[in-house]
Each structure stands twice: as structure tokens, then as C-alpha cells.
Design a binder for this molecule. Structure first.
Ligand code: PLP
Length: 434
């Protein structure tokens, strides 16, 4: 049997009952080819699959596992709360404490509404911005992914990019028409959009560091100009920090780059591995949300005690580790620059980017600044490299258009092993003709 025989059999069974055999598209390995690996367990920086293979993990459940898998304090806190009831559909003091902590850490946030996923957070924030301004249009950047809400699936990165789906059937053209897109980091396009549509723009939503088309940093001045254009036209500036929140700094990208958005969306890390999302921001805007204001948004399981406990335990741990972000910066630099140098050393065009606990390695000479540039990477070669890395015991995101994530649990010894693995992997790829 192959080293993934059990995963392959499990995938066959899954594909009979779930579209593509998965609960979320990118997991299906469509873009890299082959069949997905089924996981059995994880701890720290390592995951184990159902065939008993172990991997050093750079996916971290797509972001939440900032402190590594199965952190004992998070697991214990959830276990303890679970024994007192899984859900009440009524207020608990946990939610207040959790929101106080978010407000303490994220500079622009004065009030918070808890939801169950990043998608829910962004779609609710967009509705709120439209309700608050009374305007229809939204501005987003090509290659930025903000969840699968209808208005936001236009030119979305991530799974949509991976699968090559242009927009997506099921989104009404009339709704898509209200979504204006500009290339990331392109101020001239952005200014043209604001010149022409300024009065109609409800909000501009942006990943302050783009992590769904690889890892693309904001160029100096980009976020600043975005802020001033929104202020000038009366549009709401939404930082989608579902990925960057607590990952590039405790206060997110807004703290790192010193820009104050009007609304912020959060997810991933704030759930500690359980389903949570949140949106928050200026009190004046948040007070337009029901039941104080007229913009309706609700959730049966929102503020769920298990999710809130996992998230709160994470945030308290984060607050208590003084060297967390310097360590994450150092790890993501070592991994991304190390892999880039290994690839270049083998004669392969490669570039890298990193900030806090996220990084990207692109099979393109220069680090891309936009989705348009990211797409120029040698995706076919990345795909072969991805599989060669799996055989070496390293689990990268199964797509050339995803960021990598390090955790505080990754060790220097693991980084050294990953760089050795990269050398062996690229040698194998080049030896087999690619
Ligand atoms: C993951 C992600 C989302 C969507 O969050 P889900 O929890 O998957 O719905 C939204 N925005 C950004 C920037 C993300 O990375």
C-alpha cells in the first residue's frame, strides 16, 4: 500500500457523500493534484495523518493555531466549561470578558459583536456599513478573500483563485455590479474609483496584509491613502483582520502599521481553533446594530461558551508572552527566506515575504505586490514541490495562493529540518524534469 493508502480510501468514501469529499474547497487538493491527507491528531507544530505519517505543519488550521496545536491550557479550559453546558442561547459573563479583552488589544475597536465565522463577520460588517452610510457600493481588492458572502466573491483570492472560478454562479449580477475592484497596492486605480463613485461607496474592505494570494505586504503609503480616501468620501474603512488579527501583532495589522479603520473583522486566532468570528469598531457605527439600531444580525450559537472560552484563553496566553511577535517574526523570516534561498540556490526563480506569524514563498523572481503579479508564479512547479515536501514530512498549504503560518510552538530544530527538506524536495522536482 502507498504511504497514503488509508487517506486515499477515506477520500473515496468522503467523495460519495460530500461534494469533492470535503467541507471546504481548498482542502480537496484540486490545485496541487492528488488526494487530500486525512488527519488523525496534532500537537505543537506537528500533525499526524491516518496512515501514521508525521508532518511539520505550516497551515495551522489555516491560521488559528498561533500557539501550536492542542495547547494544553486551551484544551483544559474548554473541557472545564463544556462540563457546565454546551450552549444556552442567553448571555454569559464570558462574552463580556472576551469582548473587553478584544477591545483592550485591538486599537480601533470600541464595541464588538460576536459571530461564528470570518465570513459572518465580513458579511455583517458590509451590511452595517451599507446601513450606516445608506450607500450601495463596496470597494475590494482583487485577490483579497473576505469569506464567501455574495458581494465579496468578486475577484476573490484563495479557493476561488485556486480553482480558477472567475466569479461564481449563484451570485446575482446586480449584486456583483455593486462591488468595485482595484488591484492590491495600486493607488492610481483606487483614486480613480473614488473620483468616479465616491458618493456611492459605503465601504472599502481590505486585508491589511494580503494572505489569500500568497503573502503580500502593503506597500508604504497604501493603507494611509486608503484611510484618507475613505475619510474624504465618507466611506467606512473595514480592515478584514480575520487572518492578520493577533497574527502580525497582538493588535493586528492596524497596530503594526498604525492605521485606524472604522470597522474590523476578526476570526481564526480569536477562536483558538473553535468557530468564532467578530466584528467591531467605532461605537457610533456599532450602535446601529440590532437591538440598539436597525441593522439586523443574529446568531443562535453566537457567543457560544466553548468557542469564547477557547478564544479567551488564547488571547490571555498571547497577552502573557512578551517575546511572542519577535519570535514569530524571526521564525517566519527564517522559514520563508531560508526556503527562498534554497530554491534560488537550485536555480529556481523564487521570492519571499513575511510579517509576524505569516509568510509566503512565491515561485516568481520578485515578491508579488498584487494578485495580477502573484498569478505569474510558476504554479506547476510549486505543485510538484508541494508533493515533494509532503514526502519529506512538511505540510504546506495545498495551493500556490495561500500564506504559510508559523506558530510559537515551532522550534529552530524544526526550521532546520524544513530547510533540509526543501533542498531534497527541489532536487527531486528538478531531477524529474520540472
Ligand atoms: C479566512 C478568512 C475569511 C473567512 O473566514 P471563515 O471563518 O473561513 O469564514 C475572511 N477574511 C479573511 C481575510 C480570511 O483569511
Amino acid at each position: 500500500m502507498s504511504r497514503n493508502g488509508i487517506s486515499e480510501a477515506m477520500f473515496k468514501a468522503a467523495a460519495e457523500v460530500m461534494p469533492g469529499g470535503v467541507s471546504s474547497p481548498v482542502r480537496a487538493f484540486r490545485s496541487v493534484g492528488g488526494t487530500p491527507i486525512f488527519f488523525k491528531s496534532a500537537s505543537g507544530a506537528e500533525v499526524e495523518d491516518v496512515d501514521g505519517n508525521r508532518y511539520i505543519d505550516f497551515v495551522g488550521s489555516w491560521g488559528p493555531m498561533l500557539l501550536g496545536h492542542a495547547h494544553p491550557e486551551v484544551v483544559e479550559a474548554v473541557r472545564e466549561v463544556a462540563s457546565r453546558g454546551l450552549s444556552f442561547g442567553a448571555p454569559t459573563p464570558l462574552e463580556t470578558e472576551f469582548c473587553e479583552l478584544i477591545i483592550e488589544l485591538v486599537p480601533s475597536v470600541e464595541m464588538v459583536r460576536l459571530v461564528n465565522s470570518g465570513t459572518e463577520a465580513t458579511m455583517s460588517a458590509i451590511r452595517l456599513a451599507r446601513g450606516y452610510t445608506g450607500r450601495p457600493k463596496i470597494v475590494k481588492f482583487s485577490g483579497c478573500y473576505h469569506g464567501h458572502e455574495d458581494s465579496l466573491l468578486v475577484q476573490a483570492g484563495s479557493g476561488v483563485a485556486t480553482l480558477g472560478i472567475p466569479g461564481t454562479p449563484g451570485v446575482l449580477p446586480a449584486l456583483a455590479a455593486e462591488t468595485l475592484t482595484a488591484p492590491y497596492n495600486d493607488l492610481a486605480s483606487l483614486e480613480a474609483i473614488f473620483d468616479r463613485f465616491g458618493e456611492e461607496i459605503a465601504c472599502c474592505i481590505v486585508e491589511p496584509v494580503a494572505g489569500n494570494m500568497g503573502c503580500i505586504l502593503p506597500q508604504p503609503g497604501f493603507l494611509e491613502r486608503l484611510r484618507s480616501l475613505c475619510t474624504g468620501s465618507g466611506a467606512v474603512l473595514i480592515f478584514d483582520e480575520v487572518m492578520t488579527g493577533f497574527r502580525v501583532a497582538a493588535g493586528g495589522a492596524q497596530a503594526r502599521y498604525g492605521i485606524t479603520p472604522d470597522l474590523t473583522t476578526l476570526g481564526k486566532v480569536i477562536g483558538g481553533g473553535l468557530p468564532v468570528g467578530a466584528y467591531g469598531g467605532r461605537r457610533e457605527i456599532m450602535e446601529r446594530v440590532a437591538p440598539v439600531g436597525p441593522v439586523y444580525q443574529a446568531g443562535t450559537l453566537s457567543g457560544n461558551p466553548l468557542s469564547v472560552t477557547a478564544g479567551m484563553t488564547m488571547l490571555k496566553l498571547i497577552r502573557g508572552i512578551p517575546d511572542l511577535y519577535t519570535r514569530l517574526d524571526d521564525l517566519s523570516r527564517q522559514v520563508s527566506e531560508g526556503m527562498r534561498d534554497v530554491l534560488r540556490g537550485a536555480g529556481v526563480a523564487a521570492s519571499s515575504a513575511h510579517v509576524g506569524g505569516m509568510f509566503g514563498v512565491s515561485f516568481r523572481e520578485e515578491a508579488p505586490r498584487s494578485y495580477e503579479e502573484a498569478k505569474e508564479a510558476d504554479v506547476a512547479r510549486f505543485n510538484r514541490f508541494f508533493h515533494a515536501m509532503l514526502r519529506q514530512g512538511v505540510y504546506l498549504a495545498p495551493s500556490a495562493f495561500e500564506a504559510g503560518f508559523v506558530s510559537y510552538a515551532h522550534t529552530d530544530a524544526q526550521v532546520a529540518r524544513v530547510l533540509e527538506a526543501s533542498e531534497a524536495a527541489i532536487r527531486e522536482v528538478l531531477a524529474s524534469g520540472g
